[in-house]
Design a protein around this ligand. Sequence first.
Ligand code: DON
Length: 305
Amino acid sequence: MDNILNEALVEGIKVSNGGSVATYIPELAKGDPKDVGFAMMDLEGNLFTRGEYLKRFTLQSITKVISLLLALEDNGMEEVFRYVHMEPTGDPFNSIMSFEVKNPEKPFNPMINAGAMVVTSLIKGEGKKEKISRILEFTSLLTGNEKTVYDEKVYLSEKETGDRNRSLAYFMKSTGIMKGNPEETLDLYFMQCSILGNCLDIATIGAVLAGNGIHPVTGERVLKKENARIVKTIMTTCGMYDASGEFAVSCGIPAKSGVGGGILGAVPGRYGIGTFGPTLDRKGNSTAGIRIMEYLSKKLDLSIF
Ligand code: DON
């Protein structure tokens, strides 16, 4: 096992210079390609780590998993999927065109920005303050970290540059699928994307999903089994955006990436995996993270297929 873990890190570092850090949000452009690491947690809470696994980064689209889980726990499956489909798009995560042309009545899935914003708007709470507190507390419940916070600078940077998301939100207001005030939902979405975490945190969330909702460290049930199943399925079909098909073939691990450089993986019945490497390929997925996942999957036979 030791050799496999060492080699996985070497493989990740090798390709970390091959991508580029996200620059469309200025705060993300500061990522250092040398910061590569990963954590893997089994269902008893045993941990396997290498590299910069404690380095914090913004979870970005990985939080789409968290908000979907919370919305499902709050509202149940039937209510959530009245507002969003569960179909892959094959388009970039912030695409407007296909949404308007092919399927304007509701977003394709909860892992693209439009779908994630609608899902976030379904989270229960009186106003923005209570809703973001609930998202942060729920993240803490899943990671086991007492205090989850979001990065104020990244949040402000997102808010300042988030015109594409603004367009999507207002488009959805015009069709009637997004209820309430779009500015409130946008703000919540920007805060949610800016939540800070490390590989250990996302590996723990992955292990909760891998264990069908049982927390690997406390042994407590923190999610309904059914919700863990739904989210793992949507991660498999939609979690790596328009690279989800290729990733399913090369890795076969239900996973969700974020432009902050993290990837959360959940290997059913076996491990949660969290990887980090800030440089991204052209589809927005971490180059190092994909390589590490592929290596681990091959060596430890992790593919679900
Ligand atoms: O909506 C955005 O632009 C970002 N804050 C989150 C996007 C993201 O992480 C997409 N990912 N791979």
